[in-house]
Design a binder for this molecule. Structure first.
Ligand code: GDP
Ligand code: CA
Length: 316
């Protein structure tokens, strides 16, 4: 079993490669739910849906999230009633949120609904929400406001300076069904090139998950989301400083610290490989820009080889 800690788009691109290389039914993704929100009464889970849409090959190709061939009839009709259009949901995408909201209202757990949604899209890797409990990533801005992650990122376009980040509700949350088992029973634990703060950080904020990663005998290998000293997309460069981390391939490795046994960085950051090694983390350098599935699969292969060499060293 290959267990992957996953955010949204970066993780989806990586999972597409991994499932190209190994049978999808041997892959388990433990997915961030801190971005989830209730909007217009609907429960929306952006990271779970991004992964589902990518792996089902129905993702919007330019946007890289949401559905391809999307229309926005409902959203424009809602404006008639004065609904603020800051968080737009496409018509096709709405069906997913309607179904999920309905099932949750019937008493189903998010993990159960996630499996149903993935199956309906023909996605055969296992998607596990990090927790079934409602948690929310909250951003405290430098000017003293407390925003939901989506208010910060979508409504305010990531402009406010970030003072701190927390996963609200985490203290009462428990890992979703199968999450700890997937980490403890894994052959390899992979950390996708996802946002270290608001994707991976929020998974690790669910009590018990970090300890399971520390405890697992599986090698833990991550991929740097920082390429050539910059984020590929998203807002990691705005959030890493808020947790005291340098925006670099080394900075993220140092931030994960003892959790990592191996770290895969891009050729553009090859000159930083020695610094990663000095942290006691085995470092591999390769192409990590996953625009084609072939590159993503080769990257996944490099991660698995690095994990195998770490395991062989541990067994000696
Ligand atoms: P989000 O929830 O959609 O923002 O997605 P994630 O948290 O999974 O991923 C965001 C991170 O993935 C950003 O820091 C990007 O720099 C990184 N990322 C996206 N695509 C790639 C890629 O092809 N290669 C690498 N190395 N990082 C990527
Ligand atoms: Ca996300």
């Amino acid at each position: 079993m290959y267990t992957v800690l996953a955010g949204g788009v970066g993780a989806a691109r990586f999972l597409r490669g991994l499932t190209h290389l190994v049978p999808p039914d041997e892959v388990v993704a433990v997915v961030n739910v801190g971005d989830d929100l209730t909007h217009l009464g609907l429960r929306v889970c952006p990271d779970l849906d991004s992964i589902t849409y990518w792996l089902a090959r129905v993702v919007h190709p330019e946007q890289q999230w949401g559905r391809a061939d999307e229309t926005h009839v409902v959203a424009s009709e809602l404006e008639r009633f004065g609904h603020e259009p800051w968080f737009t949901l496409g018509d096709r995408d709405l069906a997913t949120h309607l179904h999920r909201t309905l099932r949750l209202a019937e008493g189903a757990r998010l993990s159960q609904v996630t499996t149903e949604v993935a199956r309906a899209f023909g996605v055969d890797l296992r998607l596990l929400p990090a927790t079934d409990d409602e948690v929310a990533t909250r951003i405290t801005t430098a000017d003293g406001r407390d925003l939901h992650f989506q208010e910060y990122w979508v409504r305010e376009r990531g402009r406010p300076e970030v003072a701190s980040v927390r996963l609200a509700g985490a203290e009462h949350a428990v890992p979703g069904p199968g999450v700890l088992e997937a980490i403890e029973g894994a052959e390899v634990v992979l950390v996708a090139p996802s946002n270290p703060v608001v994707s991976i950080g929020t998974i690790l904020a669910v009590p018990g998950i970090r300890a399971a990663i520390e405890r697992t005998t599986a090698p833990v290998v991550g991929v740097s989301p920082i390429v050539g000293g910059e984020v590929v997309r998203g807002m990691a460069h705005r959030l890493l400083p808020a947790v005291g981390a340098e925006v670099s391939a080394v900075g993220v490795a140092r931030h994960y610290g003892e959790l990592l046994d191996g770290w895969v960085i891009d050729r553009a950051d090859a000159d930083r490989a020695e610094e990663v090694g000095a942290l006691g983390i085995a470092c591999e350098v390769t192409d990590t820009m996953m625009d084609d599935v072939e590159v993503a699969a080769a990257l996944a292969g490099t991660c698995l080889e690095l994990a195998a060499s770490i395991r062989a060293r541990a067994d000696r």
